[in-house]
Design a protein around this ligand. Structure first.
Ligand code: A2P
Length: 269
């Protein structure tokens, strides 16, 4: 299995990230410590997760050289605008106790309670602030999350920097063919959050049957599926044996089985 992806600006990113969404601040210290202990070097958090402080503390206490850990965080979905973005970034690096981020993403094109509404101008202003932080060396790469094609297109039309990443919900059966093709065309790396469909695919009989064939667990199969679709999976767990399992991938899924997995019924629809 591949170890890294390379973003279009040449920066490499470890191929499996440790997702921390829904890990409360009290549990984040232990979970991230376990992940680091077991070889994860890529941690994904967000201001909105409320756990940056303990994510940062775990990284600091683990005592790896800063450049050996890849840290992603996100601009809260409801914060749009140039100065607002610079301020939120400062809050994030203060929480984490770091002086730069490896990747910073606009968490969503719209505030969560206004899903689907148009915030193009706000996103453009936020993006310009992120470009400044990127050009100043405060962030090694910048991207977006939950963006549709039209949201990305607005940035391409109005800004200088093509996002390096779009982090979206992606798992077997939840195919977003057009969005994936668009990202590929623009060399935007797709990161897959909820690669296990937040756990809801793990008992699926089709998934189980295919996993058995590779002597893998359903979780391993679903994570490997993301990699073979050229997306970077961000599995989340608070259990050590699962954290280890999720990055131990020693098989390749056949084209036939990839197709079957693509066709699985979307459990979350
Ligand atoms: P837990 O954190 O209690 O281990 P996703 O990454 O798609 O958001 O899915 C996360 C969910 O899947 C969590 O409920 C997590 O539970 C569970 N999970 C993560 N890894 C595994 C695994 N290897 N086996 C079983 N369940 C897992």
């Amino acid at each position: 299995t591949q170890d890294t992806f390379t973003m279009h600006n040449g920066v490499t990113i470890p191929a499996i990230g440790f997702g921390t969404w829904q890990i409360p601040n009290e549990e984040a210290y232990d979970s991230v410590t376990i992940a680091l202990k077991n070889g994860y070097t890529h941690i994904d958090t967000a201001l909105a997760y409320g756990n940056e402080e303990n994510v940062g503390k775990a990284i600091k206490d683990f005592d790896l050289p800063r450049e050996e850990v890849f840290i992603t965080s996100k601009l809260p979905a409801q914060i749009k605008g140039y100065q607002e973005t610079l301020d939120a970034f400062e809050e994030t690096i203060t929480n984490l106790g770091v002086d730069y981020l490896d990747l910073y993403l606009i968490h969503a094109p719209w505030p969560w309670d206004q899903k689907g509404t148009d915030h193009t101008e706000g996103n453009i202003q936020s993006w310009k602030a992120m470009e400044k932080l990127y050009n100043d060396g405060k962030i090694r790469s910048i991207g977006v999350s939950n963006f549709e094609i039209s949201d990305i297109q607005a940035l391409l039309d109005n800004c200088d920097t093509v996002p390096m990443v779009n982090q979206i919900v992606f798992y077997a059966g939840r195919d977003q063919e057009d969005l994936l093709a668009f990202c590929k065309e623009h060399n935007i790396l797709v990161e897959a959050y909820s690669p296990l469909a937040t756990g809801q695919l793990l008992d699926d009989p089709v998934i189980k049957e295919i996993a058995d064939k590779y002597e893998a667990t359903p979780a391993q199969l679903l994570i490997q599926y993301c990699l073979q679709r050229d997306t970077l999976p961000l599995p989340k767990s608070t259990h050590e044996e699962r954290i280890i399992e999720n990055k131990t991938l020693e098989f390749t899924i056949s084209d036939d089985d990839m197709e079957k997995l693509k066709q699985v019924e979307d459990v979350r629809n």
